[in-house]
Every structure is written in structure tokens, then in C-alpha cells.
Write a protein of this length. Structure first.
Length: 580
């Protein structure tokens, strides 16, 4: 990626790399110095410790040689050896001010677009037809949507794929139950999907006649019977309408046109098996047809099969996912594929990708990525469930979040009109759920805690929202024209102003790192650091009462902070109210 030197890390890394090569020799020209923000200086470079052992020299001596080879100008104005061999670096105020000016003048906050944009197929959410979405769908939906937004912000084309479960044997019993419900004058509705499924399941298990009709209905469905397909479509349409309404409440960007369910790939399943056989990859094994990709073994060292046709002649998830992979490559022309699904599916996806590569369907070097994540736990550190022991529906989770947020907002801002408090409560409630999920390292489980996630202190959505609202409040009180503030040259007079400025300037690097690692918690951690730096600035640096040019400069810092917080939260799918 080509970057402009708006982010200080760009200038510092280049400068330190040259100094290392000059001081230690050309063989160290490719070393990647670790540079990070420091409490003791603007930035700290950790490079001497890593090479001193190889050189047989003391780390502080190596660090001193690197410092002696550094060049200084308006960008880097100072460097000194610190501790066991770290290098403390000081940036020039003019360099920081100029970089802030470029950032403030740019609609995308100086985040440079990817040099070679990808066509990214992003598979996430994936609920089942005729079943209510529950807390088990939360992480895929929230994490996937945040990644879609960040990838698009960096300039990639994102093709959202909601791989819903809309095909298979359960639809025989669901269609038969739908017919019985219609005969009784009832109809399936989005709100009754879970009950509808449970009733159909109970009938299937207890009524042999119903079960037999359901099995015959599956045959009709799979053979393309028009009446049966029409009934199936009724169930799918009702479910998609329900999913879409819930996505809107959650601020998730999935739309009906992003639905690409299992049924889409059903006609291709025999061809997938046939092609794998022709390639010599699939073979008969214990009555099934399997692929045995190298490197996958069981506890006893036996090869693990990837079953592409079951013993009864049917097809499972493996075949459907292979057909989906081919579709995404050939029809959607993906250059990067990301599947956002829980960690328990790691082996399945690893085998899926391995088979795709063995078959020659995946271009050399193309990224096929599994965005794995842990589980949402209750206070007892077990899977989060309702008091009755059932999975908590997402709709009820959102309802409770908004009610709880409403009480918090009413206590904090009782003077606001009721309608405005209600809108803020909606934003805070939904934002709290999403941020609590995204701010955790996605590969780990986390404990769902209402009190923590709705707190206005700590690394929470309300804390970030309040920092943003505080910025906007200052700007309103100043009566300033935001458009006029943007081009103001910033004067950084205090340590708090400089700390805030340096946090702002790392936004582009954080976006790049989030895209590279597919870890939204990196963006969350950055936004929390930015809000914390703004809090320190707010406490120590008067804005409205300051004399010019300090007043305009600090208003410019407030505006830029508000823009970054607003954009950063939006990339997480979280609304940032202007008033709280």
C-alpha cells in the first residue's frame, strides 16, 4: 500500500530503518523496527535489543550507534537512548501540525485507499429459515458487518453473502405444518418462526402419518414440484423479512439481495462430486464419497475424510460449501474470500480450503480466510441462555438493551426531550451490545455483562459516544462554523494537545492493521485511546475561553477528534449521537 507520511509511524519507520542500515551494515537494511507510542517520549523504537545479541554487543551501545546515524529535521527533532536499549523519538511540532492539517482537509481523514483493491466475498450472519435469530448469531453478524465496513472504507469491493440455511430435509415437515396451519386459518409470521419450527418438529416426532407426509414432501421439493416450491418460498420470504427487520434494528448492512442460501448451490452438488472424482481427489470410502486432503489426521493418526456424498446418497455441508466456493470464485470473481463463523468450524473450513486448492479452483496465492470467534458467555461462564435455558433471541436482547440504556440516558440527561432520549437510548443500547462484542479479541470467549457494557466509564460504547458528544457540545457552544474550523493551522502548546494529535494521526495505520488482521478490536482499542487522550486534553486545556490563536486551534482539535470518533464508530456499525 502506498501511504502519504501523514501517520508519524511512516516517517519514523523509514528514518529508523535507514539509520539501522547505516550504523550496523547493509545486511540489517531490511529489519522491521518495532515503533510504538510511549509515556516517556512521542514514540519509542525497539530495534537494538533484537540485533545486539547477533552482533555480540551491548544493546545500549547498538542503540547509541543508531541514534548517531539518525538524521534530524522538522519531522524528527530528537532521539535518545532509554532503558536497556530503547530509542525515544521526538517529533517536531511543525511536522505534526502539517500532518494534522492534511488529515483535517481530507474527507477520508487521510486514510489512503488500498493500492490494489480486492473483490472481497464476505460470508457472515447465516441464520436458518423458519428459526428465530438468537445470541448464537450475534458474533458472526456483528463482526462480519464491521469488517465489511472497514474493508469498503479502505477501497475494497465487498460482496456480502448471507449463506442462510434454506434447504434440506427439515423443510418437508415445515411445509406440511404450513399446509395444516393454512387449513386451520392460520399463517406463518416472522414473530412466530421459532414456535412454528418447534410445533412442526413435535408433530414429526409424534405423528407417524405427519412424518410420512413430510418425507414425501422432501422428495417433491427436491424434484422441483411447483406447488411445493411455492410453499417453500413462502417460508423463505417470511424469514428473510424477519431477518431484514432485525438487521435494520441492529444497524447491520445486510439486505435481502445479499441472501445466497444453500438452495442456490443445490443444483451444482452432483457436478462438484463428479468433478472431484474426475480429478482423482474423491473416492469411495465405507459407502460414502470422500476427499482425504493431506495433513488432516485423527487421534490415532488416521486420515480424516471430507465427505462430499453421504452413504445414503445425500449431500451435506461439505459439498454445499465447495459449490459455494466455486460460485464465489467463478461467478462473483472474488480475489479474497472471508468466512465469518465460529471457531468450532476451523477444521471444516481448513479442509474446505485445502480441497479447493487441491482441485485447482483457487488461484495461487489467493487468500481464503476463516474469521473465527469464541462464544458469548453468561456470568456463570457458560453459554449465554435465558432463564428457561433456551438461547436468547436477538430481538429480545435488543429490546432489553434499549430499555436499560433508556434508564441510563434518563439519569444522565433528564433535561432532554423524551423523543430525543428515546433515539439516544436506541443508539446507546445497540451500540453497547455491538461494542462489547467487537472490543474483545474475537478468538476469545467473553462474558456478557449489562452493567459493564452500558457504563460511561472504561472501554465501552457509551464512553466513546460521550467523548464524541462532548466534542460536539464544545463546537456548538463556540458557535463555530465547522467548515471554517477544518483548515485552521493547529498550534500544539501543551503535552495534552500533542498526545491527542499523535493519537489522531495513527488512525490510518489502525485501519490498515484492522484490514490486514481482520481483528475489529484493534480499531476499538484505538478509539478508546483516542477518547482517553481527548479526556486528558479536555481537563487540562480550556477551549472556548482560550485566547486566539489557541482557541481556534483547540476547536480544530475538537472537530477532528469528533470526526475520527464518528467515523471510527460508524465503521463498527455504531451510531454516535451529537448530544447525550
Amino acid at each position: 500500500m502506498t501511504r502519504l507520511p501523514v501517520d508519524p509511524l511512516f516517517a519514523l519507520r523509514s528514518r529508523v530503518e535507514k539509520a539501522v542500515a547505516s550504523a550496523l551494515g547493509s545486511e540489517y537494511a531490511g529489519i522491521d523496527p518495532v515503533i510504538h507510542r510511549s509515556a516517556h517520549a512521542d514514540y519509542q523504537a525497539d530495534v537494538a535489543l533484537g540485533v545486539a545479541k547477533r552482533l555480540g554487543r551491548k544493546p545500549r551501545d547498538v542503540a547509541a550507534a543508531i541514534v548517531a546515524a539518525l538524521t534530524f529535521d522538522s519531522a524528527v527533532v530528537g532521539a535518545e537512548v532509554s532503558g536497556p536499549g530503547f530509542i525515544n523519538l521526538t517529533l517536531g511540532p511543525d511536522f505534526v501540525a502539517e500532518a494534522l492539517g492534511r488529515m483535517a482537509a481530507d474527507a477520508n481523514l487521510a486514510v489512503v485507499a488500498a493500492e490494489t483493491p480486492d473483490r472481497v466475498v464476505l460470508d457472515y450472519s447465516s441464520p436458518n429459515v423458519a428459526k428465530e435469530m438468537h445470541v448464537g448469531h450475534l458474533r458472526s453478524t456483528i463482526i462480519g458487518d464491521a469488517l465489511a465496513r472497514v474493508l469498503e472504507f479502505q477501497g475494497h469491493t465487498v460482496l456480502r453473502q448471507n449463506h442462510i440455511g434454506d434447504w434440506g430435509t427439515p423443510f418437508g415437515m415445515l411445509i406440511e405444518h404450513l399446509l395444516e396451519a393454512r387449513a386451520a386459518g392460520a399463517e406463518a409470521s416472522a414473530q412466530e418462526l421459532t414456535g412454528f419450527y418447534r410445533t412442526a418438529r413435535a408433530k414429526f416426532d409424534s405423528d407417524p402419518d405427519f412424518a410420512e407426509r413430510a418425507r414425501r414432501r422432501v422428495v417433491l421439493l427436491q424434484s422441483g414440484d411447483e406447488e411445493t416450491l411455492g410453499l417453500w418460498r413462502t417460508l423463505v420470504d417470511a424469514s428473510v423479512a424477519y431477518f431484514t427487520a432485525l438487521y435494520q434494528r441492529l444497524g447491520v448492512s445486510l439486505l435481502p439481495e445479499h441472501v445466497a442460501g444453500e438452495s442456490l448451490y443445490n443444483p451444482e452438488l452432483p457436478k462438484v462430486v463428479e468433478d472431484l472424482r474426475a480429478l482423482g481427489l474423491a473416492r469411495d470410502s465405507e459407502g460414502a464419497v470422500c476427499v482425504f486432503p493431506p495433513g488432516f489426521t485423527g487421534r490415532e493418526g488416521e486420515p480424516v475424510p471430507f465427505i462430499v456424498r453421504k452413504q445414503d446418497g445425500g449431500y451435506g455441508y461439505a459439498t454445499t460449501d465447495l459449490a459455494a466456493l466455486r460460485y464465489r470464485l467463478a461467478t462473483l470473481r472474488a480475489t479474497r474470500i472471508i468466512v465469518c463463523v465460529g471457531a468450532p468450524q476451523s477444521q471444516h473450513l481448513a479442509m474446505l480450503f485445502a480441497v479447493g486448492r487441491l482441485a485447482g479452483w483457487v488461484p495461487e496465492g489467493m487468500r481464503l480466510e476463516h474469521v473465527a470467534f469464541g462464544s458469548v458467555l453468561g456470568a456463570d461462564k457458560k453459554m449465554l441462555k435465558s432463564r428457561e435455558g433456551d438461547a436468547i433471541s436477538l430481538a429480545s436482547l435488543v429490546d432489553e438493551a434499549v430499555v436499560r440504556a433508556g434508564k441510563v440516558v434518563a439519569e444522565k440527561s433528564p433535561e432532554l426531550p423524551e423523543a430525543e432520549r428515546a433515539a439516544i437510548a436506541q443508539a446507546v443500547g445497540v451500540g453497547a451490545i455491538k461494542y462489547a462484542d467487537l472490543s474483545n479479541d474475537r478468538v476469545k470467549d467473553y462474558i456478557f455483562d449489562w452493567n459493564r457494557m452500558l457504563s460511561f466509564d472504561g472501554n465501552t460504547a457509551p464512553y466513546l459516544m460521550y467523548a464524541h458528544a462532548r466534542c460536539r457540545s464544545i463546537l456548538r457552544k463556540a458557535g463555530g462554523d465547522e467548515a471554517a474550523l477544518a483548515p485552521v493551522r493547529l498550534h500544539l502548546e501543551t503535552q495534552e494537545e500533542k498526545a491527542l494529535a499523535l493519537e489522531l494521526l495513527t488512525f490510518g495505520s489502525v485501519i490498515e492493521k484492522t484490514v490486514d488482521t481482520l481483528q475489529p478490536h484493534r480499531l476499538c482499542l484505538y478509539l478508546y485511546g483516542l477518547a482517553t487522550s481527548f479526556s486528558g486534553f479536555f481537563e487540562k486545556c480550556p477551549v472556548i475561553k482560550a485566547a486566539e490563536p489557541t482557541r481556534s486551534s483547540r476547536l480544530g482539535l475538537c472537530l477532528l477528534t469528533a470526526r475520527v470518533l464518528d467515523r471510527g464508530l460508524a465503521l463498527l456499525g455504531i451510531e454516535a449521537p451529537h448530544q447525550m
